[in-house]
Design a binder for this molecule. Structure first.
Ligand code: HEC
Ligand code: HEC
Length: 249
């Protein structure tokens, strides 16, 4: 009984703590991959309850539910994602607005496998779905704002490659608990970092140019989002030389 109580308490702690933290790193990675692979042109993470129009394609949550417990689903879906469903059965007929999924020719087999694995395991409550959708919106905002021309989500882990700019997760790890971080970063994004003391040593560009087309309120949203990213396992940037950080507070 004591044991049961203990595990219930642990379970409770896990259930309570997780919804408060940002979406898991794995979900964030997979969302970035799905986003970069163009899947979200047609798919959403969860059905949009507020809309009474037919969605273009089934949401990932509905796909996960439909194939739960189906052992053959993985290889079948992988095949459908890679080759499209043009000459195959139309399995979502009546529930969606498109007749078939075109072949995803720019997606490697490996990436498609990771995506299908992830989709099939999705088990998202409405809160989680909301967070994932927010994350997805922010990914899109960072793409249309041009940020992803230079920034990636995750640190590069191939030592030969020097990235153009720090990854957003590294930015989060460096600034998450620094006082004044939001103001500083907003200023960096809007005005660029030229003339600031150099913080990011291991990147290919000397400074970030001002993001002149970015609206201030979008900058605020992007910073909130970047600072909320999961930073587990992300190496912290080396502390810059003394005197750093004070010039822009
Ligand atoms: C141009 C629109 C479009 C794009 C882009 C797209 N899909 Fe689809 N997808 C669909 C449609 C439509 C269906 C439903 C097909 C049907 O009814 O048989 C579907 C179905 C699926 C299914 C379920 C298949 C089944 O048999 O039930 C999975 C899994 C899937 N898509 C994953 C992906 C992934 C991963 C990507 C990105 C690499 C992607 N889709 C990109 C339109 C799209
Ligand atoms: C042309 C390339 C480029 C673009 C586009 C770009 N950045 Fe940057 N960004 C950089 C570089 C390079 C750095 C590192 C700057 C340095 O070391 O001074 C940086 C640094 C940052 C930092 C950390 C700033 C600091 O003070 O430490 C944030 C946050 C950031 N970028 C967010 C964004 C966002 C959000 C966008 C899109 C609105 C964006 N960046 C667009 C190249 C870019």
């Amino acid at each position: 009984m004591a044991r049961l109580k203990f595990s219930l308490a642990t379970l409770f702690a896990v259930v309570v703590i997780f919804p408060l933290s940002a979406a898991h790193a794995k979900d964030q990675q997979m969302l970035a991959l799905a986003n970069a692979s163009g899947c979200f042109i047609c798919h959403k993470i969860a059905p949009d309850a507020a809309s009474d129009e037919l969605p273009l394609a089934p949401s990932y949550q509905e796909i996960a539910l439909r194939y739960r417990g189906d052992k053959d689903a993985f290889s079948r879906l992988l095949d459908r994602v890679l080759h499209g469903t043009v000459y195959q059965d139309q399995v979502w007929e009546g529930e969606i607005g498109m007749r078939f999924m075109p072949p995803n020719v720019n997606v490697s087999r490996e990436d498609a496998s990771s995506l299908v694995h992830w989709i099939l395991k999705l088990d998202i409550d409405p809160q989680m779905a909301k967070r994932l959708m927010h994350h997805d919106r922010m990914l899109t905002l960072s793409t249309v704002s041009g940020c992803t021309i230079c920034h990636r989500m995750d640190p590069v882990n191939v030592s030969r490659v020097i990235p153009l700019a720090p990854s957003f997760r590294e930015v989060a790890a460096h600034y998450q608990d620094r006082p004044g971080n939001k103001d500083r970063l907003l200023e960096s994004i809007l005005q660029g970092t030229q003339g600031n003391q150099k913080i990011w040593q291991n990147v290919n560009m000397l400074y970030m140019p001002p993001n002149v087309a970015l609206k201030r309120e979008d900058g605020v949203k992007l910073i909130e989002w970047i600072l909320s990213l999961d930073t587990k396992g992300v190496p912290r940037q080396m502390e810059p030389p003394a005197g750093m950080g004070s010039s822009r507070q």
